[in-house]
Design a protein around this ligand. Sequence first.
Ligand code: ADP
Ligand code: NI
Length: 219
Amino acid sequence: METALISRTADFVREKFLYEGSGHDWEHIRRVWQVARALVQDTPEANPLHTELGALLHDVADWKFHDGDEEAGPRAARAWLESQHAPESVIQAVETIIREVSFKGLSVPTPMSTIEGALVQDADRLDAIGAIGVARAFAYGGHKGRPLHDPTVPPVQHASFASYKQNVAPTINHFYEKLLHLRERLNTPAARRVAEQRHAFMETFLTQFLREWEGQDLG
Ligand code: ADP
Ligand code: NI
C-alpha cells in the first residue's frame, strides 16, 4: 500500500513537471527524493512514508509560481493524496512539510517542526547548492527574465518573507542572498558533510565569474 502510493505519487509528479524550465522540474524532485531517501535511512526515528511523499510533493504548487500563495502547495498535495485515499494523518504530515520547507529570506528563521520535514528541507537545500545549484539559479533567473549580474545592484538581506518574495535582483545576487548561506542552515550532520564540497564549488565559480566579468583573467 505504502510503496504503491509512493510510486503513484512519483508518476503523478513526473508527468506534471517533466518539461518545466525554471529548475523546478521533475529531475529536481527526483534528486530531492533520492537524497531524502538516503537521509531517512540514517534516521530511524523518521517516518519514511511521510519523508518520501513530502520530498515528492514539496514543490507541487510552489508559491513562487502561484502569485505568492503559500497555501497552493499544501492544497494541491491534499487534493492529490485525498484522490488516492491516503489517511488523514499522512496528508497532514505532508502538508506541514510543504508549509515549512521553503527558504523565506536570510533573516527569517525556517525551523522544521518534524524530523521528516528537516530531512526534506536538507535534501531540497542540497539541490540548491553546488554545480546543480549554479545551473538551477541561472535557469530560474532566465525563466524570470533576469540579468546574470549587475555590479550596481547590491545584494539585500531580506528581513521578511514579503520582501524576499518581491525580489527581482540579478541572479548573481541570489548567491549572496541565499545560496552561500544554506550550508549554515542545514539540519543534519549528513547533509552538512555533503554541503562542504558543493559550497566550495560555488565559491570557486563566483571567484572565476567575477574575474571574467572584470576581464581580470586577460593577462
Ligand atoms: P525553496 O523553496 O527553498 O526556495 P526550491 O526547491 O523552490 O527551494 O528551489 C529554490 C531554487 O530556485 C533556488 O535555490 C534557485 O536555484 C532558484 N531561485 C529561487 N529564487 C531565485 C532567484 N531570485 N534568483 C535565482 N534563482 C532563484
Ligand atoms: Ni525544491
